[in-house]
Design a protein. Structure first.
Length: 167
């Protein structure tokens, strides 16, 4: 099977699994898992891509969490929020100077996923416990990277030609 067709099957089947699992037994935002899954492929895939994608996404998550904490410590005016987001955006560019984090969009996707999860859950970043939106986003980002590496491996397995039997 050609690589594109193999990935079509692999990603299609695993997208069903991801969507079902996040809707039933592991309630994290499926859209965040898909963002992280795409991030895995954008940074190049493979074991190194897995590490780089997770590191980048979680760095964006930390920066977003700090920005949200800063916003919550102000009166929450639009200007205060804008300044905090601007500082967070500048921080994302600066961290992308590091080799491990040099794919800036992967850092931004972690930031956006965290802010989006905060809005979608209606929970403040200061929420204590398992309902904290940063913890939920982190779990979803890591889950998406796992789906990325599994879909790549399954796709590669589907591309393998059977070895002739000797004897």
């Amino acid at each position: 099977m050609k690589k594109t067709e193999a990935l079509t099957v692999s990603i299609g089947v695993l997208a069903v699994v991801d969507t079902y699992v996040t809707a039933t037994v592991f309630p994290v935002p499926v859209w965040v898992t898909f963002i992280a899954w795409a991030s895995f492929f954008v940074v190049g895939g493979g074991p190194r891509g897995f590490v780089q994608s997770v590191a980048s996404n979680l760095t964006g998550l930390v920066i977003a969490s700090l920005a949200l904490l800063a916003i919550s410590s102000t009166r929450g005016t639009p200007m205060a929020a804008a300044i905090c987001v601007g500082l967070g955006s500048a921080a994302m560019v600066q961290v992308s100077k590091l080799k491990l984090l040099n794919v800036l969009p992967a850092v931004v996707w972690g930031f956006a996923s965290t802010v989006g999860t905060t809005v979608a859950t209606g929970k403040a970043i200061t929420t204590v416990g398992i309902d904290n939106p940063a913890l939920i986003a982190a779990a979803a980002l890591i889950t998406g990277a796992v789906f990325g590496i599994v879909s790549e491996a399954l796709g590669e397995a589907l591309c393998q030609k059977p070895q002739p039997q000797l004897g």
